[in-house]
Design a binder for this molecule. Structure first.
Ligand code: TXA
Ligand code: MG
Length: 315
């Protein structure tokens, strides 16, 4: 299949027609690129799982462009949803609600809940508006690889496998959305992200529990995630990192908040750069990524979580 890359936003309408026909479109979002399909097309949903090589029990996030669309997707929508949506939509927050029976259980991975988000990237919003249907979209990578944050990343995994990709530049946030469930008695944080638990608590006026469940309430979290081929070695101090770097002969990239002067390529540690650096190391064939994670890095829960999920060793 030939993959057409759309760069001019006025051509987004071409991609929205393809979605209406049940074809797949890769869309840029502010977090990571998504592999989108029409929520009402069983063949589109089936293609998402096939192209992504995704396990059937891992549900998809549904992307909307208008808050009213939630009524087609969810039942018994609580007032907390509207409070959060008012403050954080469009933006990097996904909310889990009780599923409307008309949403296929293939989308929800067999669960009786749905995950809903409104992305803020203008191209994503335009695409969903023009398509006039909610769009199911997991991250646009092959399962197990780091989520794509640039069009090069997308084409590396899915080039030739989807008819259209929309180039929206480097993703500003670079890690996936915060996922919060509102289906239980108490709000439950299923996946940390750039929108912090405290910010959500402030809007809700109540405490949020954190999911530590081994049974993985956010099914995707139980699979190996975010991992490049390169080994990810995390250091709690600069001294340990420097000692390791000078003793190991392999080619490596260093990620840290402060500049690191040495012979190795250095990338500033941020959510925007994390997966970019993971994929860059693989592109360059570098076998090691060294991360210096200081106190400030650890307090960034989304970033810290993705590093822990992908690390090979901690020193
Ligand atoms: O930022 C994002 O969320 C990106 C962009 C493309 O929107 N999407 C994304 O999708 O990261 P994906 O499929 O890679 O991750 C979705 C996560 C998975 O861990 C999945 O298990 C969880 O959300 N999820 C989806 N539906 C759920 C549900 N009904 N209940 C609990 N977790 C759910
Ligand atoms: Mg993903």
């Amino acid at each position: 299949m030939k993959t057409v890359c759309i760069e001019d936003p006025s051509d987004i309408v071409i991609a929205s027609r393809a979605l209406q026909r049940g074809e797949l479109v890769v869309l840029p979002t502010e977090t990571v690129y998504g592999l989108g399909g029409n929520i009402w097309s069983p063949s589109a949903i089936e293609s998402i799982f096939r192209v992504k090589k995704r396990p059937q029990d891992n549900p998809l996030i549904i992307h909307i462009a208008d808050i009213e669309q939630v009524k087609q997707l969810a039942l018994e929508i609580p007032k907390q949803f509207y409070l959060l949506a008012q403050r954080f939509f469009p933006g990097p927050l996904t909310i889990v609600l009780k599923k409307h029976p008309q949403v296929s259980s293939v989308v929800s991975g067999g669960l009786n809940t749905v995950a809903i988000r409104m992305p803020s990237h203008p191209y994503a919003l335009k695409l969903i508006q023009e398509a006039k249907v909610p769009i199911a979209a997991p991250s646009a990578n092959h399962s197990g690889k780091p989520s794509p944050t640039s069009i090069e990343d997308v084409l590396e995994d899915l080039g030739g496998e989807v008819p259209y990709v929309i180039d929206g530049g480097r993703c500003e946030i670079g890690i996936e959305s915060t996922v919060l469930s509102l289906v239980g008695k108490k709000p439950l944080l299923l996946r940390p992200g750039i929108i912090l638990k405290e910010a959500l608590e402030q809007v809700l006026g109540e405490k949020i529990a954190i999911s530590h469940s081994k049974k993985a309430l956010c099914p995707g979290m139980k699979y190996k995630h975010y991992s490049p081929r390169a080994a990810i070695l995390v250091f709690s101090s600069l001294g340990k990192l420097q000692a390791y770097a000078s003793s190991s002969p392999c080619k490596k990239i260093v990620l840290s908040e402060k500049p690191f002067s040495s012979n190795f390529p250095w990338i500033e540690l941020s959510t925007k750069n994390l997966y970019f650096a993971y994929r860059e190391a693989d592109r360059l064939g570098y076998p090691e990524i060294l991360i210096w994670l200081d106190k400030k890095g650890k307090s960034n829960m989304g970033l810290y979580n993705r590093i822990l999920c992908s690390q090979s060793a901690f020193f």
